[in-house]
Write a protein that binds this ligand. Structure first.
Ligand code: KIV
Length: 255
C-alpha cells in the first residue's frame, strides 16, 4: 500500500498483511516481499535493544528507527508506535506524533483505550491505528483477553468507540477468536490480529519472530517461517572457521 492510501478502503477485501520492521534492510525485505504495510513497533525494545519489555523505549528511538525504515521502503505505508508515556496528555500526543510523522511515518499508534487522545490526534489531521487486547505498555506479562463477559464487553465497547473516531486500523492482540470475529463485523476500521485468530481483516507479526531469530520464543500464536537463528550462527561460524584455518580470503577475494 502507498503512503497516501486510507486503510479503511480495504475493508471486506482480501486479507491484509503487515510486519514490523526497524531498519533499512528489514524494511527493504518487507517491501520486496510485498507486505501491505510496515509497523515500526515499540517491540524494538525487545528485539533491537534486548530488553525484557517495551517500557523503556523513547520517542527518539522510534523516530530514529522510523527514519531507517523509511529509507528502506520509500513509498510504502508505514505506521509507528507512540511509546509509553509519550501520549499522557493531548499536547504530548500531538508533539510526539509530529516527531514520528517528520521521521517518515504515515500513521501513529498509541496503545489501549485512550479515547480523548485519539480524538484529538484525528481532529488535528493525524492518521491513527488503535491497539486493544493485550498491550505490552500496560501489562506486565502476556495474557489472553476477552475470556469472560466483562472483558469481552469492555473490548467491544472500546473498539466501537475508537472506531467511531475514524481510526483506520484496529490491532487486536491476544484476544479470543470469537471476539475478534464479532469485532471485525462491527467496526469500519481494518482489524489486524496478532494472536486473535483468522477472522480478522489481516495479520501482523514481528519481523524477528516470523523469521525465527529466537528459537526459544514460542508463543502459541506464532508461526515461524524460517530458522534465521541457525542460519546466521552457522554463517558466522563458517566465516570464523575459514579465517582460523586460512581458507579465507583466497586469491579471488584479494587485490
Ligand atoms: O510493538 C509492536 O511490535 C506491536 C505489534 C505487536 C502489534 O505493537
Amino acid at each position: 500500500m502507498k503512503s497516501s492510501e486510507n486503510l479503511r478502503a480495504y475493508k471486506n477485501g482480501r486479507k491484509i498483511v503487515s510486519i514490523t520492521a526497524y531498519d533499512y534492510f528489514s524494511a527493504r525485505y518487507a517491501a520486496q516481499a510485498e507486505v501491505d504495510f510496515i509497523l515500526v513497533g515499540d517491540s524494538l525494545g525487545c528485539v533491537i535493544k534486548g530488553e525484557k519489555d517495551t517500557k523503556n523505549v523513547t520517542i527518539e528511538e522510534v523516530a530514529y528507527h522510523t527514519r531507517c525504515v523509511r529509507k528502506g521502503a520509500p513509498h510504502m505505508l508505514i505506521a509507528a508506535d507512540l511509546p509509553i508515556n509519550t501520549y499522557r496528555t493531548k499536547d504530548d500526543a500531538l508533539k510526539n506524533s509530529k516527531i514520528l510523522i517528520q521521521a517518515g511515518a504515515d500513521l501513529v499508534k498509541p496503545e489501549g483505550y485512550c479515547h480523548e487522545v485519539i480524538e484529538c490526534l484525528i481532529q488535528n489531521g493525524f492518521r491513527v491505528i488503535g491497539h486493544l487486547g493485550f498491550t505490552a505498555q500496560h501489562f506486565d506479562s502476556p495474557r489472553v483477553l476477552g475470556k469472560n463477559n466483562e472483558s469481552y464487553n469492555e473490548i467491544i465497547a472500546h473498539a466501537k468507540s475508537l472506531d467511531s473516531l475514524g481510526i483506520e486500523v484496529l490491532i487486536l492482540e491476544c484476544i479470543v477468536e470469537s471476539l475478534a470475529a464479532t469485532l471485525t463485523k462491527q467496526v469500519g476500521a481494518l482489524t489486524i490480529g496478532i494472536g486473535a485468530g483468522a477472522a480478522c481483516d489481516g495479520q501482523i507479526l514481528v519481523f524477528h519472530d516470523v523469521l525465527g531469530f529466537d528459537v526459544g520464543f514460542k508463543p502459541r500464536f506464532l508461526k515461524k517461517y524460517r530458522n534465521m537463528e541457525k542460519e546466521m550462527i552457522d554463517g558466522i561460524k563458517e566465516y570464523r572457521d575459514e579465517v582460523i584455518n586460512g581458507e579465507f580470503p583466497k586469491k579471488e577475494y584479494t587485490y
